[in-house]
Design a protein around this ligand. Structure first.
Ligand code: ARG
Ligand code: GLU
Length: 719
């Protein structure tokens, strides 16, 4: 009896969560296929409100920020909200010891004080179009996979070029479902984007790497920019005469406060998912690729941390490097754990069995027979090459001196092949000077030498039979296990270890100096490694990758034919998508429940752990929060800082607006919980939660903490 009762609860819980957490990142122009479900969950808008081409719609308030993030317009005057970690590079570039905006924050007191960011662009989708028929028409049936990809590239470029209207727009054709469908995307790109405000890192990055990928979280991960345009509201290079861009749509910002189970949607530019991977690939990722990456990076982080602990200078130099290495390291660990918990391998195998049966029994599906076997064979050939590339990327490219030395290969080739082209040579020398300048600012020789020594060891340990680069084979012959000696020799006689010797080379460069570079041991080693990768790995890797793509193309077509009723979502590919779910917690492990809201009290709680640097805050924040000075931004006496919800998101969704059922901005996406990180491969409605900063906390930081009320005046704040 009791057992049955428990089962019943379990079934109820399961069906409830399945009703609300929805896997998928959907194309805005096809959102009508999901709209009924969304409306049942609480959306009060129509498909046309979300995406339209013949008039303003919500999509017009969303931009790709830089290359890897999303942003949202929140005022009629081009005010743009994105994550602090997305604007980090810009904030850092304006910072100096005297004006340390990373530490203290930055707030433009008026429009004159906003800071331009050369090189930063924002990209808006103008329209999208299914061009599958056009692309298919250009493909003859008998093409090899390589010919096919070339033909696809050509016709895609042709279609995109026509859509660019002589440079007025940017345009691109992207494949979906591994090339079963193709869509054209036409974009508007703006270049004058200015920094308006950023909280101190102790707010914007509160919790740092300790809390990264984790719930509970308490980050004010946001920053404000403004987009400028010419007098016609069109894109223009930076100019003082430019005026704020007037978006077709901007989001009202909610100050209503959230309730558990409220409808949410995330509208942004997710980067990459691999939802349709077969069991062979999942096995390879979980048992080979991820463990290698985790192991290598564990060691890199140890070395960084040792060195950073010994010197404040090194701590600052390696802060960003540490954050970058640690980000994927932590994600892979979560991904492996999550896939294991889901029994992902067995689930995939069962699906593949079903597919096999279907292909065997269904007369119309006979051309899918043998597909699974072909996967197995091709994957078996592909994985050693894939592993070699990953090992090179992780253990090989984590050494800074060789990566830096490699940059001089262009100078070498110009010196040898076109020594008379004075202008070209000078331009390259100037480029290298500025590269060197940046590079040495954050370079610590001792740290790098240790990395070199250790990573060479790891490289040799992990390289599979027949896949050790020849320069490392030679080193092994010469040095045996003594990598310390190897490192010693490489670092002893290189010019690439100090700013002085590199600048000396560049200042007094003569064409015959290419010999000096080519003789340099660090350069030689770097060139040897990359030559080996190019000659031995890249080409077979690409060929096998092409073969796999064609198998996946057949497989995804087959899955859709096998289940014609199912709306399969196309993997994320940095195009605009909508995900939806609701505000909800989860049960991450035995006896633990995640509540969906974190509050300002939690900041003080964490801050009390004085031994954790990432929890340090300013006196001002401590005072305001200590007094519970929440202004008009509290909900039932609490200032809600972050919340979790069941939207399917991935990297690139950072800075995506999180919207309520009426299209008001209730938050800004910035992370996933650790228990969700497998969702790039397999989504679990019970576990997968995206993490957002609450709009009320954003408003509080701007108005109360920074005292920049004037910025709220241009917003439409809904109470
Ligand atoms: N994990 C988030 C995302 O992939 C945030 C990364 C930045 N924050 C950090 N503490 N490193 O990319
Ligand atoms: N932090 C990620 C980003 O920068 C988003 C988190 C995720 O991968 O879901 O895009």
């Amino acid at each position: 009896m009791r057992k049955r009762y428990l089962n019943l609860i379990f079934v109820l819980l399961l069906s409830a969560s399945q009703l609300f957490a929805v896997e998928g990142m959907w194309l805005p122009s096809l959102i009508h296929k999901n709209i009924e479900e969304m409306q049942q969950m609480g959306l009060q808008l129509s498909a046309g409100d979300l995406y339209a081409e013949d008039g303003p719609s919500i999509k017009d308030a969303i931009v790709r920020f830089g290359r890897g993030c999303t942003g949202a317009f929140i005022s009629p005057e081009g005010l743009l909200l994105t994550n602090h970690h997305c604007g980090y590079g810009q904030i850092q570039s304006h910072s100096s010891v005297e004006n340390d905006y990373l530490t203290d924050g930055f707030w433009a007191a008026s429009r004159d004080e906003e800071l331009p960011n050369p090189g930063l662009t924002i990209t808006m989708l103008v329209r999208m179009e299914n061009v599958t028929a056009q692309v298919m028409e250009a493909l003859n049936p008998g093409l090899t996979e390589e010919e096919r990809s070339r033909a696809v590239r050509d016709i895609s470029r042709q279609i995109a070029n026509e859509a660019k209207e002589d440079g007025r727009f940017d345009a691109m054709v992207n494949p979906f479902y591994y090339g079963n469908e193709y869509y054209l995307f036409v974009y508007d790109v703006y270049h004058d984007v200015r920094l308006v405000g950023a909280p101190p890192s102790a707010v914007g990055k509160f919790g740092g790497d300790v809390d990264n990928w984790m719930w509970p979280r308490h980050s004010g991960d946001f920053a404000l920019f403004r987009v400028y345009a010419d007098g016609e509201n069109l894109p223009a290079e930076y100019s003082q005469d430019n005026i704020p861009y007037r978006p077709e749509h901007f989001f009202p910002v909610s100050n209503r406060g959230l309730e558990i189970h409220d409808f949410t949607m995330v509208y942004g530019f997710p980067g990459r998912t691999t939802r349709y991977l077969t069991s062979d690939a999942v096995e390879f990722i979980t048992q080979k690729e991820n463990p290698m990456g985790i192991d290598v990076r564990t060691r890199i982080l140890q070395i960084y941390e040792q060195e950073m602990a010994q010197s404040d200078h090194v701590r600052i130099q390696y802060a960003t490097k540490h954050a970058r290495v640690s980000n994927a390291w932590k994600r892979w660990k979560g991904e492996n754990r999550g896939l294991e918990r889901l029994n992902a391998l067995d689930v995939k195998l069962a699906q593949e069995n079903e597919f096999r049966q279907w292909a065997k029994n269904e007369p119309a599906a006979s051309h899918y027979k043998g597909l699974m076997d072909a996967f197995e064979t091709t994957h078996r050939q592909y994985h050693p090459y894939r592993f070699a590339l990953r090992l090179y990327a992780e253990a090989g490219r984590s050494v800074e001196i060789t990566r830096f030395a490699e940059q001089f290969s262009r100078l070498v080739s110009i010196s040898k092949e076109n020594p008379a082209e004075e202008e070209k040579l000078q331009a390259e020398i100037e480029r290298l000077k500025s590269v060197a300048d940046n590079y040495f600012k954050d370079y610590h020789l001792n740290t790098d030498r240790k990395i070199f020594e250790e990573m060479t060891r790891y490289y040799i340990r992990y390289a599979q039979d027949g896949f050790l680069p020849d320069v490392l084979m030679d080193a092994q012959k010469k040095y045996g296990d003594d990598m310390e000696k190897f490192a010693h020799d490489i670092f002893r006689k290189t010019i690439f270890d100090s700013r002085e010797s590199v600048m000396d080379l560049l200042e007094n460069y003569r064409v015959r100096d290419h010999r000096k570079i080519e003789r340099d041991l660090a350069y030689k080693h770097a060139a040897g490694m990359s030559r080996w990768i190019e000659n031995e790995i890249q080409q077979p890797h690409q060929q096998l990758q092409n073969s796999l793509d064609s198998l996946y193309r057949l497989y995804t077509a087959g899955l859709r034919a096998m289940e014609p009723e199912t709306n399969f979502f196309p993997d994320a590919n940095s195009t605009l998508r909508i995900s939806y779910g609701r505000v909800e917690g989860s049960y991450p492990r035995d006896a633990v429940q995640f509540l969906p809201f974190s509050t300002a009290e939690g900041i003080l709680e964490k801050n009390a752990q004085k031994e954790i640097q990432d929890y340090a805050i300013s006196e001002r924040l401590e005072n305001l929060l200590g007094k519970k000075d929440y202004g008009d931004f509290a909900k039932d006496g609490d200032l809600v800082v972050n919340f979790i919800a069941s939207n399917h998101t991935t990297g690139g969704n950072s800075g995506s607006p999180v919207l309520d059922g009426q299209g008001n901005l209730i938050g800004l996406n910035f992370d996933r919980s650790w228990e969700s990180t497998m969702s790039d491969i397999m989504f679990d409605p019970g576990q997968c939660r995206n993490i957002s900063v609450n709009s009320q906390y954003v408003l509080w930081v701007i108005a109360k903490y920074a005292g920049m009320e004037y910025l709220l005046e241009e917003m439409n704040i809904v109470q």
